[in-house]
Design a protein around this ligand. Structure first.
Ligand code: IMP
Length: 432
């Protein structure tokens, strides 16, 4: 039995979809543990591209079992649209996808409250995806959330939505000046979802334990990234779940000791979408070049991503909090034309240099990056599949990142397709 977890080691959008799809080949089962339709995992197979939001990226591989744990929040409308889209493209979902009855539901008031509160915050907004993620997790923590399993118990569903709606309508009307929502309309809509989703609902924790007992290879899929983790990220500019490895145990119901390997996915540079500190951000032309070359536009919202240099302090932090065995470096080819590439190896704050993120620094927004300059390779690495075939400067860059971050680079992605990958370590072999 091997359980390999793939987590984002930056601010999300690291290319986890590609890495999970690539590793799915070796797994029997892929399990997602947190987040919701705020995620956008892009998978490219041959000439086809799929963008997954709630369903694990393993679904694109025929025959793989896909589980969505109770740590995930589900928007039934978005989930059904995703299922229908996949099935229309001949990806069989029914019989392969199972969702925990404990997963919390996003109800229309969550989306409205998310969007209204962002508007209300004005300049202080978080830049959320507007998908209702924060309000749904708020209800979960407040112990008033509605769960997928509630769909199967109509009286319980009615009572829970009725109770919640009293408070939500008050907020919508009084604070945000919006129209109230109707209980009956919500229930009618969610009854349709119940009929469609019922075949997918089953205890995923039990299924995972059984898979572990059988000795299956399991891939655990994180969404967003370590720096967006509600506890470990750049709070309050974070998402509302535990995107780092801790979320895998709570969101799936598996103990830490069964996780054999944690892989951290990083881009060869850095991006962030939404508000919040980003020490290596390039706001001028250099940032625009990275955005255009890397096609850095949100897979979920289409928003342009903020772009900057690789931040080894962030990656080091991700190694510490996730216990990363190795890094999977994606989008190396995006740097192909850069004459010079900067890597942030430390932060300068109030005259002192820091190599680690520490609460001594109140906000990363006040840090000045300490850069080391590296020579670019100025030749194409697109689609290179062997390490030796990379230009020497590209290898030097990868090795520099590895030595700065303190763990090996085990996978390098040189393009969006599955075959555009260099494998230096087998994630499913026992860690050294
Ligand atoms: P929320 O998760 O929609 O509440 O958004 C909170 C913050 O997380 C915002 O800055 C979003 O842009 C960011 N975020 C949420 N999901 C993703 C993702 O999948 N990739 C990158 N950023 C994300």
């Amino acid at each position: 039995m091997t359980v390999v977890a793939v987590v984002g080691a930056q601010w999300g959008d690291e290319g986890k979809g590609k890495i999970i799809d690539f590793l799915s080949e070796q797994a029997q089962c892929v399990a997602r543990y947190q987040g919701g339709p705020n995620a956008g995992h892009t998978v490219v197979t041959g000439d086809e591209q799929f963008v997954l939001h709630s369903i694990p990226s393993g679904i694109v591989h025929p025959g793989k079992r896909c589980l969505v744990g109770h740590g995930v929040v589900i928007d039934p409308q978005a989930l059904l649209a995703e299922i229908e889209h996949l099935e229309s493209r001949e990806i069989r979902v029914e019989g392969r996808l199972t969702i925990s009855p404990g997963a919390h539901l996003i109800i229309p008031y969550h989306r409205l409250l998310d969007q209204a509160s962002e508007k209300h915050l004005g300049g202080g907004k978080l830049g959320t995806t507007g998908r209702g993620i924060g309000p749904a997790y708020t209800d979960k923590a407040a112990r008033v959330g509605v769960r997928l399993g509630d769909l199967l118990a109509p009286d319980r569903l009615r009572e829970k939505v009725r109770m919640n709606l009293q408070e939500k309508n008050l907020l919508l009307r009084e604070l945000y000046g919006q129209t109230e929502l109707s209980l009956e309309e919500i229930l009618q809509e969610y009854c349709v979802y119940r009929d469609r989703l019922a075949p997918f609902i089953e205890d995923t924790t039990l299924l995972l334990w059984e898979a572990i007992d059988r000795g299956d290879h399991i891939l655990v899929e994180g969404a967003q990234g370590t720096m967006l983790d509600v506890d470990l990220g750049t709070y309050p500019f974070v998402t509302s779940s535990n995107a780092a490895i801790g979320g895998a145990c709570t969101g799936l119901g598996i103990p830490p000791k069964v996780i054999t390997t944690v892989i951290g996915v990083v881009k060869a540079y850095a991006t962030r979408v939404g508000e919040g500190p980003f020490p290596t951000e390039l706001t001028g032309k250099e940032g625009d070049v990275l955005r255009e070359r890397g096609m850095e536009y949100g897979a979920t919202t289409g928003r342009p991503r903020r772009c900057g240099w690789f931040d080894a302090v962030v990656a080091r932090y991700a190694v510490r909090v996730n216990g990363l065995r190795f890094l999977a470096v994606t989008k190396l080819d995006v740097l192909d034309e850069a004459a010079q590439i900067s890597v942030c190896v430390g932060y300068r704050w109030q005259g002192k240099e820091y190599r680690e993120i520490t609460s001594e620094i109140p906000s990363l927004a006040d840090c000045e990056p300490v850069y080391v300059e590296r020579r670019g390779w100025r030749e194409s690495t697109l689609g290179v599949t062997s390490y030796e075939a990379l230009p020497i400067e590209a290898r030097n860059y990868v090795e520099f990142i590895s030595s700065e971050v303190g763990v090996p680079v085990g996978i390098i992605s040189t393009g969006p397709r599955r075959d555009q990958t260099i494998v230096l370590q087998n994630a499913f072999s026992p860690p050294p």
